[in-house]
Design a protein around this ligand. Structure first.
Ligand SMILES: [Zn+2]
Length: 229
């Protein structure tokens, strides 16, 4: 009997996380299993470990995506971009894309913030392109909608694949918790509004990866997250 022709009906996205910095931030590698093309999301630091993971999974990095401007998410973006450009010999490789422009002041203050925390090796990040709500980015050829979710930071964005039923939510929502809003620029009502009106309606079945700790699904959080009651 002849085996059936291989059909590509379900997106073949693969995800690996590398917890980086003393904040144990989940830097994410996401790629298409067939082409190995993909993105690094939120390279906060420990770039050597991220590079080792990229090599280990055989990822060819098309883009460095940022959910928001905090140092533990963006502090390694510049160094990662330099390393990938050196490796490839391509001066335009691995553009830094996102977050929304309203986080520019945070990206420009990373080195100062890191010094205040006594952390080495974190640099300001300069996006090659900021993102806006309603845009689409592609990761290994798979479309991810850009959703603006302010509150934790003013320019925080979330990446959502409708076909894979998967989202990368940064520090907006966690398993059993939500992002901090006790910063001068934090906005608790905006954060709750973004989760309630932008994320949960995407569907209970949507799995998400967050910036710290284990992931979950929107359905599980809608049912049990004490901050969403
Ligand atoms: Zn944050």
């Amino acid at each position: 009997m002849r085996p059936a022709a291989k059909e590509r009906t379900v997106p073949e996205l693969q995800v690996a996380t590398v917890p980086v910095t003393p904040f144990q931030q989940n830097c994410a590698l996401i790629w298409d299993s067939a082409t190995r093309l993909g993105a690094v999301i939120d390279p906060g630091g420990e770039v050597e470990r991220i590079l080792a993971a990229i090599t280990r999974v055989g990822l060819s990095v098309e883009t460095i995506l940022l959910t928001h401007g905090h140092l533990d998410h963006a502090g390694g973006a510049a160094a990662l971009q330099r390393a990938l450009r050196r490796q490839s010999g391509d001066e335009t490789a691995a553009p830094i894309v996102g977050p929304d422009r309203r986080d520019a002041f945070l990206l420009e203050g990373i080195a100062r913030q890191a010094a205040a925390y006594g952390l080495d090796g974190m640099e300001n990040a300069t996006p090659d392109r900021f993102l806006s709500a309603g845009e689409t980015v592609t990761i290994g050829g798979h479309a991810f909608a850009v959703i603006h979710c302010p509150g934790h930071t003013p320019g925080h964005v979330v990446f959502f694949s409708a076909e894979a039923r998967f989202a990368v939510v940064g520090d907006v929502l966690f398993r059993g918790s939500i992002g901090r809003t006790d910063f001068p620029y934090g906005d608790h009502a905006a954060l709750i509004g973004a989760i309630t009106h932008e994320l949960l309606p995407l569907g209970d079945d949507v799995a998400f990866l967050c910036g710290h700790g284990p992931g979950s699904t929107f359905g599980e959080e809608r049912r049990s997250n004490p901050f969403l009651r």
